[in-house]
Design a binder for this molecule. Structure first.
Ligand code: 5GP
Ligand code: ZN
Length: 130
């Protein structure tokens, strides 16, 4: 889609701290992380709303989330990877994969702008953990 920020990110038109991709999905770090390692996983095909995805893409998306969660959890040493889907800010399906160590940490009010160099360093650690 022409004016979609996440389409531009997966096409490389806007830079991102990429952590993983395959033919149909792309994962990169959120610029306003709730916790270090906060990752966004998107389908490459533009669809607005999670529950409008074709069943095949929907299942593959959650399989991809599981695949990314393992190195992500290892790289940042979190107790769990939490999952959030909202999409009010960016209408391109994305799953927030957020490293968490206790209850309440998924609250978006905890988010803050990250240093781009720090995002690059964390993305490298996650890539190395695959
Ligand atoms: P939601 O649509 O689920 O409410 O939130 C969209 C998320 O995308 C937010 O957490 C926001 O920080 C993130 N975001 C918005 N613009 C960009 C961007 O240009 N790059 C990256 N990496 N993340 C972004
Ligand atoms: Zn898009």
């Amino acid at each position: 889609m022409t004016n979609c920020i996440f389409c531009k990110i997966k096409d490389g038109e806007i830079p991102s701290a990429k952590v993983w991709e395959n033919e149909n999905f792309f994962a990169f770090l959120d610029i306003n992380p709730v916790n270090p390692g906060h990752t966004l996983l998107i389908p490459k095909k533009h669809v607005d709303y999670l529950f409008e995805l074709d069943d095949g893409v929907y299942h593959e998306l959650f399989k991809a989330a599981k695949e990314v969660s393992v190195p992500l959890k290892r790289a940042v040493g979190a107790k769990r990877i939490g999952v959030v889907v909202e999409g009010f800010l960016v209408p391109h399906v994305h799953i927030h994969l957020i490293p968490i160590n206790g209850p309440g940490e998924l609250d978006a009010k905890r988010a803050g702008k990250a240093d781009p160099n720090e995002l690059t360093a964390i993305a490298e650690r996650i890539k190395d953990a695959f």
